[in-house]
Design a protein. Structure first.
Length: 470
């Protein structure tokens, strides 16, 4: 095994076209081959790059490729041959090298076209397999010492340096602050250690101002499975983040508007209920008293006249009684006075009894808390959610029984309603037509709470509402 570096050096010297390599180039090549055989591809790469930089001889890349091919690193050999053709587009042995690439390279990869921009060992253009030239993403490759191996032209988004000024440089060398460089170097070394990708987002101020970038780092392996470098891809997501922030602000504004509208509606309901109860109720009560007075006066008249008038006034009195009941029901539906006077627990008890009386569906309220210290907004939200749930039960569930419980939790109150009906389907829980459920969720969300709806076919539907005390 120790004879391999010497054998490859001989192959290099024998294959060298043009001028003979210098002693220093030969030393660097031998040093690279020893490192390569020892399983240290990055150390070998450093030596080979230094040798090329010393004499700028493109033939060095051919020797590298042949050595890599003999060592079984076929993908690396094909890459070295491609770099040679980019560095020497008019080489006399171009056809032979292209044949070697065709033999070694995977399907779909080919030799660079004649006249392509030279890249050499310190390549500043990304390989074609990355398509980096056509992407706005900033793509770079780093070695295990966190030095640039190449970078694409998109780096101009964040730096005024020339592309060739990056090669072999550290992050601090190209303008990153000490803190920024430490973070990025820590990530790169972690990818080398774990051999796993990494991604995050960060802010960076470049020539065009402050931007937000998505950063992904991937390990790169050779054909033998040895990790050689890491590939860094930075994508400018500033506009996307701004759009997301605008959407978030719009949603918050809509929720604030919804909360305001609900508050206004509750205030209007309270006012209308009070007006109906006080004004119209009093008027009807006064009218009934007048009718009673008329009836008493008519009794003093003859029997026949009294009988006819009493019939009429009795009918009118019954109509007034029915109207008074209607007025009370409308006022209560708009805003039950019991909610303001006696609180949430009493209001839910009354609503459960009223629901059972109107629909015939048994509604049981389990013993729980007797009193709750909730402000008007939270009491109203819980009560309206309860009302809407019972409305859904009556309309859709085919249930015969509803169980209701109201209890304390760690930092709030929990209202649970379960029926024994057909069970709501998932499509109905999240469907666009489920506006009632959406309104219930919004009521809970606006107060920092949550609402969960679940259904089991043939067993019923469960609604759980959690509302914080403050």
């Amino acid at each position: 095994m120790n004879a391999l570096p010497a054998l490859l050096s001989l192959l290099w010297l024998a294959a060298a076209p043009g001028k003979a390599p210098s002693a220093e180039e030969t030393r660097l090549f031998d040093e690279g081959m020893r490192a390569f055989q020892a399983g240290q591809p990055h150390e070998a790469d450093k030596a080979w790059r230094a040798g090329f930089a010393l004499g700028k001889d493109p033939a060095f890349l051919v020797r590298m490729g042949e050595a890599e091919e003999k060592a079984g690193q076929l993908a690396d050999a094909a890459d070295s041959y491609r770099r040679y053709l980019r560095a020497a587009p008019d080489a006399a042995d171009r056809a032979e090298i292209e044949q070697r690439i065709a033999r070694l390279a995977p399907a779909g990869e080919s030799a660079p076209a004649a006249g392509a921009t030279p890249a050499g060992a310190g390549a500043v253009e990304t390989p074609a397999s990355f398509g980096a030239g056509a992407t706005p993403d900033i793509i770079a490759r780093f070695d295990s010492d966190c030095r640039y191996l190449f970078v694409n032209s998109a780096v101009a988004q964040v730096s005024n340096l020339k592309l060739e000024d990056f090669i072999g440089k550290t992050l601090v060398d190209v303008g990153f602050s000490e803190e920024q460089a430490r973070f990025r170097e820590r990530v790169i070394r972690n990818v080398f250690d774990t051999r796993r990708p990494f991604e995050t987002e960060f802010e960076f101020e470049g020539p065009n101002g402050m931007g937000i970038f998505e950063w992904r780092v991937y390990p790169e392996f050779d054909a033998a499975g040895n990790m050689q470098s890491v590939l860094s891809i930075n994508r400018d997501i500033t506009e996307r983040k701004r759009a997301e922030e605008q959407v978030k602000q719009s949603r918050e504004l809509l929720r604030a508007l919804s909360a305001h509208l609900q508050s206004v509606r509750e205030e209007e309901r309270t006012m209308i209920a009070r007006e109906i109860h006080d004004e119209l109720g009093q008027a009807l009560t006064g009218l009934k008293m007048d009718l009673s007075s008329v009836r008493n006066t008519l009794r003093k008249q003859g029997a026949g006249w009294l009988e006819r008038c009493t019939e009429r006034t009795t009918s009118m009195s019954k109509l007034i009684d029915a109207t008074i009941q209607t007025v009370r029901r409308i006022a209560t539906d708009l805003r039950p006075g019991i909610l303001d006077d006696l609180g949430l627990v009493a209001a839910i008890e009354w609503q459960a009894q009223d629901f059972q009386k109107r629909t015939g569906i048994k509604c049981k309220l389990a013993p729980g808390v007797e009193d709750l210290e909730l402000d008007s907004d939270r009491s109203t939200a819980a009560f309206r959610i309860f009302q809407e749930t019972l409305t859904n039960v009556a309309r859709h569930s085919l249930a015969t029984e509803v169980d209701v419980s109201l209890s304390h939790c760690a930092d709030g109150v929990v209202l649970e309603i379960k029926d024994n009906g057909k069970g709501i389907q998932e499509v109905d829980i999240s469907g666009s037509r489920s506006l009632g459920l959406l309104g219930m969720r919004e009521r809970a969300h606006l107060l920092g709470g949550e609402l969960k709806v679940s259904g089991t076919p043939g067993e019923g539907t469960r609604v759980i509402v959690r509302i914080p005390l403050s």
